[in-house]
Write a protein that binds this ligand. Structure first.
Ligand code: HEC
Length: 129
């Protein structure tokens, strides 16, 4: 049986495509709309939308990407590329004063895996993707 040039090209494409899509380090590209939005909607938005207690108290609205990147009335909570220095991560990991760890009050802490996803998204440049 003869394998056509076309078959070979197709096979190569099929083998290489997943590698290209996951990037060289094998790290998945995090999407704001697919991965981050649902985490914020589940854990934060009820207090951090227009009129919510969190928004009223801090000025931090998470309804849109632009609002999110604007941060609080004191400044940005997310520094693109710097997960360690992004205050939003500091608060979610409970590294700040307990009185302002987020989610606020008697809320379930946000799952570790979700925090890691947010960290990775910030490291990848906190894009509106
Ligand atoms: C139950 C309501 C509630 C939920 C849920 C909530 N927050 Fe807040 N958030 C608040 C309140 C109230 C403040 C103001 C706190 C203060 O200044 O004492 C605040 C303030 C903040 C601030 C600013 C802190 C500062 O230094 O002023 C950040 C950042 C923040 N929230 C992030 C989040 C994130 C991220 C989530 C989801 C993981 C979240 N919040 C979930 C109520 C909430």
């Amino acid at each position: 049986m003869q394998i056509s040039y076309k078959t070979v090209t197709r096979l190569i494409t099929l083998t290489l495509l997943p590698l290209v899509m996951t990037g060289c380090g094998g790290e998945k590209t995090i999407s704001f709309s697919q991965d981050i939005r649902p985490i914020l909607d589940q854990n934060c938005i009820k207090c951090h939308q227009s009129g919510g207690v969190g928004t009223e108290a801090s000025g931090f609205n998470m309804e849109t990407y632009d609002d999110l990147m604007k941060g609080t009335k004191f400044g940005p909570m997310i520094i693109a590329g710097d997960a360690e220095g992004s205050n939003m991560v500091v608060l979610m990991e409970g590294r700040a004063d307990p009185s302002i760890s987020m989610p606020h009050g008697q809320q379930e802490p946000i799952p570790k895996q979700d925090i890691l996803t947010i960290r990775q998204w910030i490291k990848q440049g906190a894009k509106n993707n």
